[in-house]
Write a protein that binds this ligand. Sequence first.
Ligand SMILES: [Zn+2]
Length: 465
Amino acid sequence: MRYVLLTLMAACSLLGQPYDVVLVNGRAMDPETNLDAVRDIAINGNRIAAISASPLRGRVEIDATGMVVAPGFIDLHQHSQTTEAYRYKAMDGVTTALELEVGVSAVREWYAARDGKALINFGATSGHIPALKAVMHEAYDGLVPRDAGVNRAPTEAEGRAILDSVRQGLDPGALCIGIGLIYTPKVPREQILELFELAAQRHVPVYVHVRSGGPVEPGGIAALQEVFADVLLSGAQLHVAHITTTGRQETRTLLRMIEEARNRGFDITTEAYPYDAAATDIASEALAEGWQTRAGIDYGDLQWAATGERLTADTFARYRMQGGIVVMHMIPDEMARLAVADPTVMIASDGIIENGKGHPRAAGSYARVLGRYVREQQALSLMDALRKMSLLPAQRLAIYSKGRLQVGADADITVFDPKRVIDRATYDNPGQYSEGILYVLVGGVFVVRDGNLVDGVAPGRGIHR
Ligand SMILES: [Zn+2]
């Protein structure tokens, strides 16, 4: 099929017919083949049809002189899956945004709700947390539980129902299994092991926010050791969410642990967002009694996303009753830089934004890596950065048609100005588009053109396993 398609594409160009779109004279960069050269890139329909050092003709021709033409960025960790959020993602160069950590329940319905309506590609895991919330009749409707789901352990029967629900979510093609151990501390460890075993049977990764973090016992090291043991017993592939949130001062140690596990043949990967603050629901178990000691921070290090205000004991108590997103200034800047610079650590935003309020990582992660860490600090090469944003996430999910700038690949393409690209979202004003991302195509359709969002298009497709 692929061969026939490629032959047809070649035949079209031989007949001298123009391609649908040609990106002319850009610096084409492909992190799989290490192509880094000036090329014309031709698109027919939703595929890349030709990549050529000599001129190609298109019905639409875009002058990409001086710009980088890269595979569209794939964000493995995007909680907000809304029309608003997809606009921020597109302006940050993201062509595929996936909710893999918390994930979703009623997977078929979730995909159907976005089908034909999304600006960029979307997808999700079959989530343990939403399955647990449904089975245990969790009263709180935030992202993670705070009532029944954390106040008691699921019974054996509930545990079986949760596992069944997660299994059923895989049938319509959820990308893997999402688990958030920190948010469900009373779930019996055997039930967690069963989720790993299910993932191994179905040959999908588990995507995990581990049980604890930081240097205070039981911290990040013990948390990694727990999931490593589940991998050892089950044979599952493991992806560890946001290594700097979990590692903080010990990020270097956690990265070494993952590297050593990988050297011993285990399929374990991780990711980071390029910021020195975390964010979560203030009502969640992450901020249960004793959080100051565990996180090594105090009220003033917490910032209420809705207003931008720093918290006090009084406002903390009030907002914890209410629930909502809080930014936690707790990651040493040096550790954020270490993870961003590591060629094996994927970039993933952990994006949460609603009505322009949330964490700047939702809108700025990718431009921030390219502008701040590649151009200004030279902490990593441009090719390594692109690999961490496109090829590595595609490989993690065994998606072979994305994350590559190659003939036959999906035409999800990001074109940016390497001299200007930069994030604009801040902790005080997270709802600001990145700059310097000039053209973004999803399946061959422009969603960003001349640096502006294109209205009235919805080329995003559901990404299934
Ligand atoms: Zn998380």
